[in-house]
Design a protein around this ligand. Structure first.
Ligand code: ADP
Length: 540
């Protein structure tokens, strides 16, 4: 028997409709690329997004067509998102930090018909436009004056000025594709994750739980995490859904610029990868500045060092919430809320738990398996492959045959983790980075966390290198801080009482630079290439 309730399609256009209707004057503030702060409201964003939809329809864009963006977090980018998704077309957010060849590859793979870009990326597009045969139009997110510097591109402001805000939104199936985001492709070619309206709406409900982002209408939200990095972790949906004020940082993500926005706009909630918060912390300490309105920050995308969580708590009274996810999960997976037994514990007692990635939000199912696919205990000690399933988790990649889930619907995240009896997850490694020594696993992340705690270290990476007796052993690669010196023995002595003896790296080498990938993470693939002929001292 079917229930007798309405089947109200879960489409994202209703999010902005609601913001326009019930939070019309709530502000969306942007640091524009041109420099000045631009103030608009949800009502303005809605009107302009509708005009942009009308412009797309006039260009002949049909449901299912892909429209790409290469853009920073701005009010205009928000308008474009809703303008594209509202008419059933697919908003393809391109990470502009990828290599030129990768950007061309994914625009061609997605067969984008229109590309919309900030002025920052206009020269790149004009230089490569002959390699992008599917693209019929290039739109620059600027007015006519600025567009004049980039022949071949149409000005966004000119385009929307020609249309009335009367395009129809929604009225299609909730499983219709809404967004497309390619993984950064650290292994093989980038893969396209095709979000649906339904998956985005359910992800929005999920992250809004009080044990998740817990946003309310009285929050002021600054997403530093870019809209092209896994949907700004869903904030471009969740903030308007509750009518929170939105502050968009544009192209400037350095400590001083972020601090200025946090203070002048009264930001209460923000989200970014650890390096951004490290930059802010350095700025705050150097300038002896306070944080007067910020209450909570979400840190994810890479492991958050406990020292950062402590610094924000002790020096600024700001709560850091660690989170883990991936593009394939829309992206949120687990979120660090305190288990009941530690809710009232001291910060000191909570810190080791806060440094873990967190517990699954309602809407995500997780489990742990060994190499043979056998279930592993959730004892907080045993580590294995982390598998996930849920309505905002990928089932297959765009234009790639077959499903990428097992018969129970679980997707292998490629991460190695422990899970405890509360569902608390700790990520110990990427599966391809874990070091397999004599049949046992060594966590490269844990060795790196300890290594970077050495006062002379700036960046530390650990990779597995072939060893005739043990299969693989850890090699520690260190970039020292400018002006510092240290030896292999110094690092080994520093590590000695921090990990089991058999975890200690067989060697420590020093380099001038450590390669980073497009999302600012250490590029271990490049490091493995660099050290492919390396031999440990005991094997030479
Ligand atoms: P990419 O692999 O393209 O960088 P994502 O940005 O989706 O794509 O990265 C997802 C991966 O980032 C996860 O599978 C995990 O390895 C890592 N990651 C994300 N958040 C955390 C975290 N809080 N701690 C440790 N690793 C994390």
């Amino acid at each position: 028997m079917h229930g007798l309730m309405q089947s109200w399609p879960l489409t994202v256009d209703k999010i902005l409709d609601r913001a326009k209707t019930w939070s019309a004057s709530r502000e969306v503030v942007t640091r524009s690329l041109e420099g000045p702060i631009v103030r608009s409201t949800y009502a303005d964003i809605h009107t302009r997004a509708k005009k942009f939809s009308a412009a797309l329809l006039a260009m002949g864009i049909k449901p299912g067509d892909r429209v790409a963006t290469l853009a920073w977090n701005t009010g205009r980018h928000l308008e474009v998102w809703y303008g594209v998704m509202g008419i059933g077309a697919v908003c393809h957010t391109v990470n502009p930090r990828l290599f030129a060849d990768q950007i061309c590859y994914i625009i061609n793979h997605a067969q984008d018909r229109v590309v919309i870009a900030d002025a920052t990326f206009a020269p790149f597009l004009m230089q490569h436009k002959d390699k992008l045969p599917s693209v019929e139009r290039f739109v620059i997110l600027a007015d006519e004056d600025r567009a004049g510097d980039h022949p071949g591109m149409i000005a966004y402001e000119t385009l929307i000025a020609q249309h009335a805000p009367d395009a129809q939104w929604g009225a299609f199936d909730e499983n219709t594709a809404a967004g497309l985001c390619y993984t950064s492709g650290t292994t093989g070619d980038p893969k396209g994750v095709l979000y649906s309206h339904r998956s985005n709406v359910l992800h929005t409900y999920m992250t809004l739980q009080a044990d998740g982002f817990g946003l309310t209408q009285s929050d002021t939200v600054l997403p530093v995490v870019p809209m092209y990095h896994a949907n700004a972790w869903g904030i471009a949906f969740s903030a308007p859904a509750v009518g929170a004020k939105l502050v968009m940082p544009g192209a400037k993500m350095d400590g001083a610029s972020i601090h200025e926005l946090l203070e002048t706009e009264g930001v209460t909630f923000s989200a970014a990868v650890p390096t951004v918060w490290q930059g802010l912390l350095q700025h705050l300490r150097a300038t002896k500045s306070p944080l007067t309105s910020l209450k909570r920050v979400v840190i994810g995308g890479a492991a958050c060092p406990p020292a950062l969580i402590r610094a924000f708590h002790d020096e600024f009274g700001v709560e850091v919430m660690h989170a883990w996810g991936m593009t394939e999960m829309s992206p949120t997976g687990v979120f660090c809320s305190m288990p009941l037994e530690l809710k009232d514990a001291s910060f000191e007692d909570q810190l080791p738990i806060r440094a873990k990635q967190g517990r699954p939000l309602y809407g995500v199912d997780i489990t742990l398996e060994d190499d043979e696919g056998q279930p592993l205990p959730h004892d907080g000690v045993t580590f294995g492959h982390l598998l996930v399933r849920g309505p905002s988790v990928v089932e297959g990649y765009y234009r790639q045959a077959g499903k990428v889930v097992d018969e129970r619907g679980f997707f292998d995240t490629g991460d190695i983790a422990t899970i405890d009896h509360n569902g608390m997850v700790q990520i110990t490694d990427r599966a391809k980075d874990v070091i397999k020594s004599g049949g046992e696993w060594i966590s490269s992340v844990e060795l790196e966390n300890h290594g970077v705690g050495h006062a002379a270290a700036e960046i530390v990476a650990v990779i597995g290198v072939a060893h005739p007796t043990w299969d693989e052993r850890p090699l520690m690669i260190v970039k020292l801080r400018p002006g510092e010196s240290a030896t292999r023995e110094d690092f080994l002595a520093h590590m000695q009482d921090k990990v089991a003896k058999w975890w200690l790296p067989n060697d420590v080498v020093f380099v001038d630079d450590i390669p980073l990938g497009a999302t600012g993470k250490i590029d271990k693939k490049a490091l493995r290439d660099q050290f492919k002929d390396y031999r440990f001292p005991d094997c030479r």
